[in-house]
Design a protein. Structure first.
Lengths: 173, 156
């Protein structure tokens, strides 16, 4: 009877041990799964970030923005402000074209520090060309020259200013 | 006494399993924690800034048109004046200073701690503008045209 009791105790001990080890490994597995899932989300976010960074470096040279040969010789990192103002009017045709949430061009110099948004009525006496509405941060930005044609003594002259192009991307939820 | 020792051995074994698993998890965590932070100043920003700065149209004119910074550097190098009589080198320095101040915010709270712009022509320093502190982290860009060298460094 004593041996029977001891045997039962041993089996009980073994069962508890197996349960504890199984529970421990299940918890470890859940932990690893959680990390993997968060990494997946993070890498999706990193991809979006990389896309925004790549876009900001090549956007100024894309046909929709670039100066081409309108301002004498071919300029790189040059945005045609007149062209962009027209693009702003037809931005609804460019939904998801660049895969970013917002694009903004902000004049740096000369600037009146008033941060006036450009419309067809106040252009070129303004500082910010918002291609789309919404907030934007300077995290993904690049320097560009913002050029336009200006009238001087009844002839058109080129006027280039220093500006920054900024893009914002949709974060991963 | 024998049973007591056996129980002790089992507890030590269980503790060992826990410790080994914890160490493996820790190593896994260290390797998976990658640092993907964006730098305060990127190389492409510096290069684009120098290009944009050289394309900026100044209010110094020749007989045909207003000159951009690149042409104003050439005028300054050749010791020519603007059509309104102003010294092209003075206009150049004043415009460069204003462009730099408008484009780079340098203060204790900003990510950029300082910058330096140097224009060298034929081995001689034509213009040098410096602001803020030189730190160990920096990004530079250079542009060459005719015999003019333009160097810009941002410290962060």
């Amino acid at each position: 009877m004593i041996y029977n009791n001891r045997g039962q105790l041993k089996i009980q001990q073994m069962a508890f041990m197996l349960m504890a080890i199984t529970l421990f490994f299940v918890l470890v597995g859940l932990f690893v799964l959680k990390i993997n899932l968060s990494e997946l989300k993070q890498s999706a976010g990193t991809l979006e970030e990389k896309n925004a960074l790549l876009l900001v470096t090549r956007l100024a040279n894309s046909p929709e923005f670039s100066c081409d040969n309108s301002f004498g010789s071919t300029k790189i990192n040059c945005i045609d402000a007149d062209k962009v103002m027209m693009l702003k009017q037809r931005i609804q045709n460019y939904d998801d074209f660049w895969g970013v949430e917002n694009i903004e061009i902000r004049k740096l110099y000369p600037s009146s520090n008033k941060s006036v948004e450009c419309t067809l009525d106040n252009y070129p006496g303004c500082e910010i060309i918002k291609i789309r509405g919404g907030q934007i941060t300077p995290e993904y930005s690049n320097f560009v020259s913002l050029c336009r044609k200006e009238s001087f003594e009844e002839k058109a002259e080129d006027k280039c200013e220093v500006a920054k192009i900024m893009v914002s991307y949709k974060g991963v939820d | 006494m024998r049973d007591y020792k056996k129980a002790q051995e089992e507890i030590v074994g269980f503790a060992l399993i826990l410790i080994v698993t914890a160490v493996i998890l820790l190593i896994f965590l260290v390797f998976s924690a990658k640092n993907n932070q964006k730098e305060a100043v990127e190389s492409y920003e510096i290069e684009s800034f120098v290009q944009s700065m050289l394309q900026y149209t100044t209010d110094c004119r020749d007989f045909l048109e207003p000159l951009d910074i690149q042409k104003t550097i050439s005028e300054c190098k050749n010791k020519n004046s603007c059509v309104d009589g102003r010294d092209s080198c003075e206009v150049l320095n004043s415009e460069l200073k204003n462009i730099l101040e408008g484009s780079w915010i340098v203060n204790s709270g900003s990510s950029v701690k300082g910058y330096e712009l140097k224009i060298i022509s034929g081995g001689e320093e034509m213009s040098s503008i410096k602001k803020g502190n030189e730190t160990l982290n920096s990004k530079s860009a250079a542009q060459f045209f005719q015999d003019v060298e333009v160097y810009f460094t941002a410290y962060y």
